[in-house]
Design a protein around this ligand. Structure first.
Ligand code: ZN
Length: 460
């Protein structure tokens, strides 16, 4: 047993320092499936003090540490290399406090997102952060990656919902700032450095979330629009007339036709021959008046030819079937699927989609077995793309990446809207950030983690 493993075992107890066959296969990779090695050891601290001790020991030994939350990331950010120590936050879990006067929830990093949402709801509040992997994703990982999700248009990314943070630095220093105040301009807002830095600058141990009132009504509709201009028109009207939608999800026709034709989806809210499809959701606080207002909003949009057709969910089951179409799980059945999560200035998203599709089609004609499906949280300028093509000899995922990310660069977009950079998009960071910006990132990294032990090889 090496020195560092022995020191960690002495400090954390040997049952929380696992090696060899005791480490479960799941700690190899996040949900991207791109991780290939088990870590040299898996440690599971149970307290903030133990996280601090573990980092101090790893720092002394110059041993790299890869923080792991629920492993639901899609960018390889939590994947260990064989020589790394993986630090799982799974035992550092639980709600510490809900402050009903401040409207905040304080919880440990390893708390599953759904558990934090349920605790907030039981106290009469909404924790607005929400994503498909809520059951296993942990809040520390959500904040470390600045997670997005379905309600960003209304409430912002994780960053917008964090008031306070506790972080352990590479040398074991505990930086506690469990702020609950909306206004606090006393010096640098250090928490922002760690939010979205994917565990490269420090390990998050506690989070203070800002809560919102629980909505009293939810209305969901599936609409068809003739063109992208009409989609943006509908979004503008929803912002103005409905006080903002809680979700505004757009599907291009190739996506819609593929997903609704697939037996797994079991739903086809509207015919397949429209130009665009929009799932629009509105949450309000007037259970009596909201449904009629939503219907009137859609009626006016129909009358003004902004939308060509619409169906309103009559119950939860309808709403779920609309979301099932949008989630597009049928796409996961395609062979060697490549998923993209990019952002574009909202007005140029459709031009981007057309250009990107053309560039892909030059290499792989998009017919038969070859697919490129476009959809996403368009109200947040976030486009997801699923590409599945039959590769020729010597071709692979890298070739699809090159085409899509070059198009993103040419449209001044971002190579990651919400999934982060991790390892999978590291080579393309320069497509979206300038050399000067990346140099400042490196300087911050060197200042906070001079030995480079925290999540090495990720982001930059
Ligand atoms: Zn998404």
């Amino acid at each position: 047993m090496s020195d560092v493993i022995a020191a960690l075992s002495a400090a954390l107890g040997s049952h929380n320092v696992l090696t060899g066959a005791d480490i479960g296969a799941k700690y190899k990779s996040d949900m991207s499936g791109s991780g290939e090695s088990l870590p040299r050891a898996l440690i599971r601290p149970r307290s903030v003090a133990e996280v601090s001790t573990a980092l101090r020991l790893c720092h002394e030994h110059g041993t790299a540490v890869v923080p792991q939350g629920g492993l639901t990331g899609l960018a390889g950010g939590a994947n260990p290399r064989g020589e790394d120590i993986a630090l799982s936050l799974e035992l550092l879990s639980g709600i510490e406090e809900i402050d009903v006067q401040a409207g905040t929830l304080t919880a440990f990093a390893g708390t599953p997102l759904a558990r934090a949402q349920d605790a907030a709801a039981a106290a009469g509040f909404l924790l607005p952060l929400d994503l498909g992997s809520r059951g296993s994703a942990q809040i520390g990982g959500n904040v470390a990656t600045n997670a997005g999700g379905n309600r960003v248009i209304r409430y912002g990314m994780a960053r917008a919902l964090v008031l306070g943070l506790e972080v352990v630095l590479a040398d074991g220093t505990i930086l506690t700032h469990l702020n609950k105040m909306l206004k606090n301009n006393a010096g640098f807002d250090l928490k922002q450095l760690f939010i979205g830095s994917e565990g490269t600058l420090g390990i998050i141990t506690r989070v203070v979330f800002r809560l919102k009132p629980l909505p009293r009504s939810t209305a969901t509709a599936f609409c068809a629009a003739p063109d992208f201009k009409s989609v943006l028109n509908l979004l503008g009207r929803a912002e103005g007339e409905l006080g903002g939608p809680s979700a505004f999800e757009v599907m291009w026709p190739d996506f819609y036709r593929f997903v609704t034709a697939h037996p797994a989806t079991k739903a086809q809210p509207l015919p397949q021959d429209h130009g665009f499809y929009v799932l629009i959701e509105h949450q309000g606080n007037d259970a009596e008046a909201d449904p009629a207002r939503f219907e009137a909003f859609l009626g006016a949009a129909l009358e003004d030819d902004i939308i060509a057709d619409a169906v309103i969910a009559q119950n939860e089951k309808d709403a779920q079937s609309f979301w099932r179409v949008r989630e597009g799980l049928a796409l996961d059945t395609l062979p060697h699927l490549v998923n993209f999560d990019v952002s574009l200035p909202i007005g140029s998203i459709d031009d981007f989609a057309r250009d990107c599709r053309q560039r892909l089609a030059v290499r792989w004609p998009l017919e038969g077995e070859n697919h490129a499906a476009f959809f996403g949280h368009i109200g947040d300028s976030n486009l997801h793309i699923c590409v599945s093509v039959a590769y020729g000899p010597g071709e692979g995922m890298h070739d699809v990446d090159e085409i899509v990310y070059a198009t993103v660069r040419d449209f001044n977009g971002s190579v990651s809207a919400e999934h982060g950079i991790g390892t999978l998009k590291r080579d393309y960071l320069g497509h979206s950030r300038s050399a000067a910006e990346i140099e400042v990132m490196r300087r911050l990294k060197a200042a906070l983690d001079p030995k480079g032990i925290l999540n090495p090889g990720k982001v930059i």
